[in-house]
Design a protein around this ligand. Structure first.
Ligand SMILES: [Zn+2]
Length: 190
Protein backbone atom coordinates (compact mmCIF):
# COMPACT_ATOMS: atom_id res chain seq x y z
CA UNK A 1 0.00 0.00 0.00
CA UNK A 2 1.36 3.45 -0.86
CA UNK A 3 1.54 6.15 1.77
CA UNK A 4 -1.24 8.10 0.09
CA UNK A 5 -3.77 5.31 0.09
CA UNK A 6 -2.88 4.57 3.69
CA UNK A 7 -3.55 8.21 4.57
CA UNK A 8 -6.86 8.03 2.71
CA UNK A 9 -7.74 4.87 4.58
CA UNK A 10 -7.30 6.53 7.99
CA UNK A 11 -9.18 9.58 6.81
CA UNK A 12 -12.09 7.46 5.69
CA UNK A 13 -12.21 5.87 9.12
CA UNK A 14 -12.19 9.28 10.78
CA UNK A 15 -15.04 10.50 8.51
CA UNK A 16 -17.02 7.34 9.19
CA UNK A 17 -16.65 7.93 12.90
CA UNK A 18 -17.70 11.56 12.65
CA UNK A 19 -20.81 10.64 10.66
CA UNK A 20 -21.83 7.67 12.82
CA UNK A 21 -24.16 7.83 15.77
CA UNK A 22 -21.71 6.72 18.41
CA UNK A 23 -21.08 7.78 21.96
CA UNK A 24 -18.64 10.60 22.69
CA UNK A 25 -16.26 8.08 24.26
CA UNK A 26 -16.28 5.79 21.20
CA UNK A 27 -15.82 8.70 18.82
CA UNK A 28 -12.99 10.20 20.87
CA UNK A 29 -11.25 6.81 20.84
CA UNK A 30 -11.72 6.45 17.09
CA UNK A 31 -10.31 9.92 16.40
CA UNK A 32 -7.37 9.35 18.72
CA UNK A 33 -6.48 6.10 16.95
CA UNK A 34 -6.80 7.69 13.49
CA UNK A 35 -4.83 10.79 14.40
CA UNK A 36 -2.16 8.71 16.10
CA UNK A 37 -1.71 6.53 13.01
CA UNK A 38 -1.55 9.58 10.74
CA UNK A 39 1.00 11.22 13.02
CA UNK A 40 3.18 8.10 12.77
CA UNK A 41 2.88 8.16 8.98
CA UNK A 42 3.81 11.83 8.90
CA UNK A 43 6.94 11.13 10.96
CA UNK A 44 7.96 8.41 8.51
CA UNK A 45 7.31 10.45 5.41
CA UNK A 46 5.86 13.94 5.30
CA UNK A 47 5.55 13.97 1.50
CA UNK A 48 1.95 12.76 1.28
CA UNK A 49 0.73 15.50 3.65
CA UNK A 50 -0.39 18.64 1.84
CA UNK A 51 -0.99 21.89 3.74
CA UNK A 52 -4.70 21.32 3.29
CA UNK A 53 -4.42 17.86 4.79
CA UNK A 54 -2.53 19.20 7.77
CA UNK A 55 -5.18 21.89 8.35
CA UNK A 56 -7.85 19.20 8.20
CA UNK A 57 -5.92 17.15 10.75
CA UNK A 58 -5.78 20.16 13.04
CA UNK A 59 -9.55 20.54 12.76
CA UNK A 60 -10.00 16.87 13.67
CA UNK A 61 -7.63 17.37 16.61
CA UNK A 62 -9.83 20.28 17.79
CA UNK A 63 -12.86 17.99 17.69
CA UNK A 64 -10.94 15.39 19.65
CA UNK A 65 -10.11 17.97 22.33
CA UNK A 66 -13.71 19.18 22.50
CA UNK A 67 -14.83 15.59 22.97
CA UNK A 68 -12.26 15.08 25.74
CA UNK A 69 -13.60 18.15 27.52
CA UNK A 70 -17.18 17.01 27.00
CA UNK A 71 -16.40 13.56 28.48
CA UNK A 72 -14.94 15.25 31.56
CA UNK A 73 -17.97 17.51 31.90
CA UNK A 74 -20.39 14.57 31.65
CA UNK A 75 -18.54 13.01 34.61
CA UNK A 76 -18.72 16.22 36.62
CA UNK A 77 -22.33 17.21 35.89
CA UNK A 78 -23.94 14.97 38.54
CA UNK A 79 -21.84 16.80 41.13
CA UNK A 80 -23.04 20.27 40.13
CA UNK A 81 -24.67 21.66 43.22
CA UNK A 82 -25.34 25.33 42.71
CA UNK A 83 -26.69 27.59 40.02
CA UNK A 84 -23.50 29.58 39.44
CA UNK A 85 -21.62 26.40 38.65
CA UNK A 86 -24.49 25.19 36.48
CA UNK A 87 -24.34 28.37 34.41
CA UNK A 88 -20.58 27.97 33.96
CA UNK A 89 -21.15 24.45 32.64
CA UNK A 90 -23.91 25.72 30.38
CA UNK A 91 -21.49 28.17 28.80
CA UNK A 92 -18.87 25.45 28.27
CA UNK A 93 -21.43 23.04 26.79
CA UNK A 94 -22.81 25.71 24.48
CA UNK A 95 -19.31 26.34 23.22
CA UNK A 96 -18.71 22.62 22.60
CA UNK A 97 -22.12 22.23 20.95
CA UNK A 98 -21.27 25.02 18.52
CA UNK A 99 -17.93 23.51 17.57
CA UNK A 100 -19.53 20.08 17.01
CA UNK A 101 -22.24 21.57 14.82
CA UNK A 102 -23.31 19.21 12.02
CA UNK A 103 -21.97 16.07 13.71
CA UNK A 104 -24.39 13.49 15.17
CA UNK A 105 -22.47 13.56 18.45
CA UNK A 106 -23.64 17.16 18.90
CA UNK A 107 -27.00 15.66 19.92
CA UNK A 108 -25.31 14.22 23.00
CA UNK A 109 -24.09 17.67 24.01
CA UNK A 110 -27.51 19.20 23.42
CA UNK A 111 -29.10 16.49 25.54
CA UNK A 112 -26.78 17.28 28.47
CA UNK A 113 -27.55 20.98 27.99
CA UNK A 114 -31.28 20.30 28.21
CA UNK A 115 -30.77 18.18 31.33
CA UNK A 116 -28.82 20.97 32.97
CA UNK A 117 -31.43 23.57 32.02
CA UNK A 118 -34.16 21.42 33.57
CA UNK A 119 -32.20 21.25 36.83
CA UNK A 120 -31.55 24.99 37.00
CA UNK A 121 -34.67 26.11 38.93
CA UNK A 122 -34.01 23.52 41.64
CA UNK A 123 -30.32 24.48 41.81
CA UNK A 124 -31.25 28.15 42.10
CA UNK A 125 -33.55 27.37 44.99
CA UNK A 126 -30.82 25.37 46.69
CA UNK A 127 -28.26 28.16 46.20
CA UNK A 128 -30.64 30.61 47.81
CA UNK A 129 -31.16 28.29 50.77
CA UNK A 130 -27.40 27.92 51.22
CA UNK A 131 -27.00 31.69 51.06
CA UNK A 132 -29.71 32.20 53.67
CA UNK A 133 -28.12 29.65 55.96
CA UNK A 134 -24.74 31.37 55.62
CA UNK A 135 -26.35 34.70 56.45
CA UNK A 136 -28.07 33.23 59.48
CA UNK A 137 -24.73 31.83 60.60
CA UNK A 138 -23.10 35.27 60.32
CA UNK A 139 -25.87 36.75 62.48
CA UNK A 140 -25.29 34.04 65.09
CA UNK A 141 -21.52 34.56 65.02
CA UNK A 142 -21.87 38.26 65.74
CA UNK A 143 -24.48 37.72 68.41
CA UNK A 144 -22.25 35.25 70.23
CA UNK A 145 -19.50 37.89 70.43
CA UNK A 146 -21.60 40.90 71.37
CA UNK A 147 -21.35 42.28 74.89
CA UNK A 148 -24.62 41.90 76.83
CA UNK A 149 -27.32 44.54 77.11
CA UNK A 150 -27.13 46.93 80.05
CA UNK A 151 -29.89 44.89 81.70
CA UNK A 152 -27.61 41.84 81.54
CA UNK A 153 -29.54 39.94 78.88
CA UNK A 154 -28.13 38.88 75.50
CA UNK A 155 -28.35 41.13 72.48
CA UNK A 156 -29.70 39.89 69.18
CA UNK A 157 -29.65 41.42 65.71
CA UNK A 158 -32.98 42.20 64.13
CA UNK A 159 -33.59 43.29 60.59
CA UNK A 160 -36.45 45.25 59.15
CA UNK A 161 -36.82 46.58 55.65
CA UNK A 162 -34.87 49.76 56.51
CA UNK A 163 -31.96 48.52 58.56
CA UNK A 164 -30.35 46.03 60.91
CA UNK A 165 -30.04 46.83 64.60
CA UNK A 166 -29.18 45.30 67.95
CA UNK A 167 -32.04 44.66 70.30
CA UNK A 168 -32.27 43.21 73.78
CA UNK A 169 -33.32 39.59 73.82
CA UNK A 170 -35.96 40.37 76.45
CA UNK A 171 -37.73 42.92 74.21
CA UNK A 172 -40.35 44.32 74.80
CA UNK A 173 -39.53 44.03 78.50
CA UNK A 174 -36.28 45.90 77.84
CA UNK A 175 -36.42 48.36 74.97
CA UNK A 176 -32.69 49.12 74.77
CA UNK A 177 -31.33 49.00 71.26
CA UNK A 178 -28.21 50.08 69.48
CA UNK A 179 -27.27 50.44 65.85
CA UNK A 180 -25.15 48.00 63.90
CA UNK A 181 -21.67 49.38 63.22
CA UNK A 182 -20.32 49.84 59.73
CA UNK A 183 -17.89 46.97 60.31
CA UNK A 184 -20.69 44.68 61.44
CA UNK A 185 -22.80 45.67 58.43
CA UNK A 186 -19.95 44.72 56.11
CA UNK A 187 -19.54 41.37 57.85
CA UNK A 188 -23.26 40.60 57.68
CA UNK A 189 -23.49 41.35 53.98
CA UNK A 190 -26.72 42.22 52.25
ZN1 LIG B 1 -31.86 44.66 77.85
Amino acid sequence: MTANSEIDGYFDKISEGLEATVSEVQLKEQLSVGLGALRDLYRQEAIGFSDELIETLKAVRDIEMDLAEFIEIVDELPLVNDSVEAIEYQIKLNHIARSLEGLPVQQRVLRELRGLRDRLPELEKKSLEIENLAKQQRFLNLESKCEPCECGARRVIRENIHRKFWRCETYPKCLRARSVTREETVYLGS
